[in-house]
Structure formats: structure tokens, C-alpha cells
Design a protein around this ligand. Structure first.
Ligand code: APR
Length: 442
């Protein structure tokens, strides 16, 4: 999640078209000296704005490298366009200073106009030939350095045209993010209990969003897709997107991409398969050729042939990795107790003589995969949950802080054992006050 919060300003990077940024106060043009329509960014902006923009630009030209001027947005969805002339790499010197001037001067104009949000393209990295990595470093460093002086600008967006540029920006933002505290939030028992929201949970999530605190919602569910959880949260007024739901399938696809690339044999409900993203699935009838055998909560679909196929896959050479989506033993269904993931994993471990990698709370690999998504080190992360073992102890063993809430499955006896939470809150409603007291904000 490429979002950084510095001095109450959020800095994000997205892939898209700079001429299609509705809701943003000003977009920035990577202009030419004469402020004419050209190719790339300038072409796209002038095409979308219509001929009125070129007319308004005329008297303002020419501009020098590093300079910025402002016009209206004409037919664009934005009130303003700020035109900057980036340096031509290898010609205009000192290139780094001139490029930094573009970002600084554009932000200066945005402040004068009282603009709250501004979107930049990757100035000079197209026709002007500035190497993207170098230009990205200058762009981000400049805007971060400017944030203490910003009074009206609250959102800075970098709009990248291709996947490669987006990755460069995401990595650079990730590095800047290091040291920003992040939060992992257990869902059931913390934000809601059954079908009822915990009082104050909506306000706390709004506070997290408002303060740009990086966070993920963490669940051990592998029987319901992330989209169902997003819908459930929406029923409580909590609006989020699937990217923020971190579940064992999401962790597994991320972890397997580096630890066991290749085809995965998935023993999970059909609806959950979409959660595995780009992970390549082995043919559902194959009995060999898997890099990993992934066991989720298959419920009533477990039959002898299904379980035996998993066993045969594990016995094939080269041996695949056995991956468990959590190690819950059983759960309470409407008609009584039901077997969960662990008994089937144990049977397979026993038969195939192997040990499963567990990707679900409280395993360290699971928490690590979540922190990877947030670009956060364990020492900078906090987990909040209602399960003293699965949430608090699991988080502490992974090097994070663990907060216990007195809601959900919490029982007073939880505090009499050996596990000492870093904080105990009556509910998640108390988190903002605790955070302001206890967490060093960047
Ligand atoms: N939205 C976002 N980014 C875009 C878009 C778009 N519609 N079109 C291109 N880009 C990307 C390019 O891929 C590149 O990474 O923006 C970056 C800057 O590219 P250019 O527009 O070529 O800008 P620059 O290198 O500063 O060159 C400016 O190009 O179009 C001419 O008239 C312009 O002479 C000026 C020169």
C-alpha cells in the first residue's frame, strides 16, 4: 500500500492518466517551454482540457526549466493546471536542482491558491530522458521536505503511467515509510461481535484513515472471501477495500511467490480461490507436479479421495511444501462443532512425514507477510485483538507490540496467565487516545 503520511500530508502513488484525476484540486503538467500541446503528459492534458487551455497558456510562455505557472483547468475535472518545465537530462544543469525546483514551485503555487490536493506526473522522465530511479528520489525527497511548510495542501498524488514506474515509486515510498508505525487489526471480536459493531469502531477506523496510519484488517478465515468481509464491514458503516483484508490465502499467495514458486494444489472452497491472486493453480486432478499443497477449511467437501489426493501430491518427487491456512482445530457452527483446518493438516503431516508451514495467526510467517505488504518492520508494528494467545502472544513472538481489547472472546482470566499485553483497552474505541500518548508519530 503505497501511502505515506508526513506532517499531516498524505503522499500516495497510483497508476493512471494525469488527465483523469477527478476530485484533485490541481494537476501538474510536464510542459514544454512554450506551453504548447506536445506528446506525453502535455498532449494528454491539452487534449482533455480543450483549446481554451492553449489560449490561456500563450501569454504565460515561455517558461524556464524549474519554473512553474498556473492556469485554469478548462474542460478537465480539476480547477487548476500547474505547468512545470522539467530539465532535459544531460542538457539543462544542474538537473537535480532544476527538477526539485519544479516540485517545490508547483507546491508553492498550490499553497498560494489554497489548493488541498495536487497530482504530479513523473516530470522529465519521458521525452526529456531523466532516469526514473534518480528522478523519483528527487521528487519524493523534495515533496517530503516541503511538507512542514504546507498549510493548505493535504494530499499529494504521483500518477504513474506504467507498472514499472509505479514499482519504482512504491519502493521509494516504502523506504521512506520505514519507521512509520503500522497497525494490524483483528476483525471479529474487535470491530464487531457477530452481527453487531463494537461501539466506537467506526470512529476509530475513520481516525486511522484520517491520520494516514497504515493498517490491515487481519482474519484467520479461509472459508469466506475478502469481498464478503468488505461487505460485512460496510454494513457497520466501515468502508474499506479488499486490499486491506489480510487473510491466510492472501498471506499464502504472497509467501509462496518467494518461497515455493510454481504450481500450487489448492484445497480451499471455490469462492476463496480468487484470494490467491496470481498464484498458479495445479490442475485439479493432477497427483504430482505441485510446488505446494495448500490446505484450507474445505468443510463438507473433504472426502477420502480429496484427502488422499493431497497425500499423493505430498509423496511425489520433488516433494512439495505443505501449507496450512491457519491451525484452528474446530469451530462452532449453527448445528454444533465442526472440524476446521488443523485435523486434516495433522493427518497429512503424519501420513506424509512432513511438517506444515502455517500461514495464519499466530504464526510468525503470517504476521511477517502482512508487514511486508505494509512495508513495515515488526518493531514498528502493533497488533490489536481480543485473543490473548492468537493475537497478543502471536504478535509479540513476531517482534510486534500486542494490544488486548476487553471485547469479543476476552475473559478477565486472560490477564492472569503468563502473556503480558503491551496495553489492555476496554475496546478499540480507546485506541486513538492510547496511540496519541504512546506512539511516536513520524
Ligand atoms: N498520465 C501520466 N503520465 C504520463 C502520461 C499521462 N497521460 N503520458 C505520459 N506519461 C508519463 C511518461 O511515461 C513519463 O514517465 O509521464 C512521464 C513524463 O513524460 P513526458 O510527458 O514525456 O514529460 P517530460 O519527460 O517532462 O518531457 C516533456 O514532452 O510532451 C512533451 O511537450 C512536452 O516537450 C515536452 C516534453
Amino acid at each position: 500500500m503505497a501511502l505515506l503520511r508526513v506532517n499531516s500530508v498524505s503522499i500516495e502513488c497510483v497508476m493512471g492518466d494525469i488527465a483523469d484525476q477527478p476530485g484533485v484540486g490541481a494537476i501538474v503538467n510536464a510542459a514544454n517551454a512554450r506551453l504548447l500541446p506536445g506528446g506525453g503528459v502535455a498532449g494528454a492534458i491539452h487534449r482533455a482540457a480543450g483549446p481554451g487551455l492553449e489560449k490561456e497558456c500563450g501569454p504565460l510562455a515561455p517558461i524556464r526549466p524549474g519554473e512553474a505557472v498556473v492556469t485554469g483547468g478548462h474542460n478537465l475535472p480539476n480547477p487548476y493546471v500547474i505547468h512545470c518545465l522539467g530539465p532535459v537530462y544531460g542538457t539543462d544543469e544542474p538537473a537535480a536542482t532544476l527538477l526539485a525546483d519544479c516540485y517545490r514551485n508547483a507546491l508553492g503555487i498550490a499553497e498560494e491558491k489554497g489548493i488541498r490536493s495536487i497530482a504530479f506526473p513523473a516530470i522529465s522522465t519521458g521525452i526529456f530522458g531523466y532516469p526514473v530511479e534518480e528522478a523519483t528520489g528527487i521528487a519524493l525527497k523534495t515533496v517530503v521536505e516541503e511538507t512542514p511548510r504546507l498549510r493548505s495542501v493535504r494530499h499529494i498524488r504521483f500518477v504513474l503511467f506504467g507498472n514499472r514506474d509505479l514499482r519504482v515509486y512504491e519502493q521509494a515510498l516504502g523506504k521512506l515509510q520505514a519507521g512509520t508505525p503500522a497497525l494490524l487489526i483483528d476483525l471479529d471480536g474487535v470491530l464487531y461481535v457477530g452481527e453487531k459493531a463494537v461501539a466506537g469502531s467506526l470512529e476509530t477506523v475513520q481516525w486511522l484513515n484520517g491520520n494516514g496510519i497504515p493498517h490491515l484488517f487481519v482474519t484467520n478465515t479461509s472459508s469466506r472471501p475478502g469481498s464478503a468481509l468488505v461487505e460485512k464491514l460496510a454494513r457497520f458503516g466501515i468502508h474499506t477495500d479488499e486490499k486491506r483484508i489480510f487473510s491466510p490465502p492472501v498471506a499464502a499467495s504472497q509467501w509462496l511467490a518467494t518461497h515455493a514458486p510454481g504450481k500450487a494444489a489448492l484445497f480451499v472452497p471455490e469462492a476463496t480461490k480468487a484470494e490467491f491472486g496470481r498464484l498458479e493453480e495445479l490442475d485439479r486432478h493432477a497427483e504430482s507436479g505441485a510446488s505446494s499443497v495448500v490446505i484450507g477449511d474445505l468443510g463438507k467437501q473433504w472426502t477420502f479421495p480429496v484427502l488422499n489426493r493431497a497425500f499423493r501430491l505430498l509423496m511425489a518427487q520433488p516433494k512439495p511444501l505443505l501449507v496450512a491456512l491457519g491451525m484452528t482445530r474446530y469451530w462452532q457452527g449453527t448445528d454444533g462443532l465442526l472440524l476446521d483446518v488443523a485435523p486434516f493438516v495433522k493427518a497429512l503431516e503424519h501420513a506424509a512425514g512432513c511438517e506444515a508451514v502455517v500461514l495464519g495467526k499466530p504464526s510468525k510467517a503470517f504476521f511477517d507477510a502482512g508487514l511486508d505488504i505494509l512495508g513495515c518492520k515488526p518493531a514498528d508494528a502493533i497488533m490489536i485483538g481480543d485473543d490473548i494467545a492468537g493475537d497478543v502472544q502471536g504478535a509479540q513472538r513476531a517482534g510486534m507490540k500486542g494490544i488486548l481489547v476487553r471485547t469479543g472472546k476476552f475473559r478477565p482470566g486472560d490477564l492472569e496467565g503468563e502473556i503480558k499485553p503491551d496495553a489492555v483497552l476496554d475496546s478499540i474505541a480507546e485506541l486513538p487516545d492510547w496511540w496519541k500518548e504512546s506512539v511516536k508519530l513520524p
